[in-house]
Unconditional design. Structure first.
Length: 129
């Protein structure tokens, strides 16, 4: 014996299933977008760290006298289509004589236009090996 109230249940069940599936697909899409944003930020931060390390190595390759002649400088570097302004400074005789404190700041524009920056600092000496 058939009950008359079961007549539209198949359509309602199908609509509920499609709605649930759409909700899951939207959630996965949002999660993927968020993961991409985090990954992109990490990649830019990693590139900024590499650029700062390269600048420090460039200074280490110079003689101490050449290094302290230019107390500040600014250059533009590029990696994977992202531009990184680099600002460097050398403070001679800091923290003591024959030592120079080096500061390299690499910045970039993150997602949403937010400015991000990474600063590396080190101390180089005039002592020869």
């Amino acid at each position: 014996m058939k009950i008359r109230n079961e007549r539209g249940m198949t359509l309602i069940e199908a609509l509920v299933a499609v709605t649930m599936l759409a909700s899951v697909i939207c959630a996965v899409g949002m999660l993927t977008t968020a993961a991409y944003a985090v990954s992109d930020g990490s990649r830019c931060r990693e590139h900024a760290m590499l650029i700062a390390d390269q600048e420090i190595e460039w200074l280490r390759a110079m003689s101490y006298d050449d290094m302290v002649r230019t107390p500040t400088w600014a250059v533009m570097r590029s990696r994977d289509g992202v531009y990184y302004p680099v600002v460097g400074s050398v403070q001679k005789d800091s923290p003591s004589a024959n030592m120079s404190q080096i500061s390299i700041t690499v910045s970039w524009t993150g997602r949403g236009g937010a400015r991000r920056a990474y600063t590396a600092q080190t101390i180089l000496t005039s002592i020869q090996r």
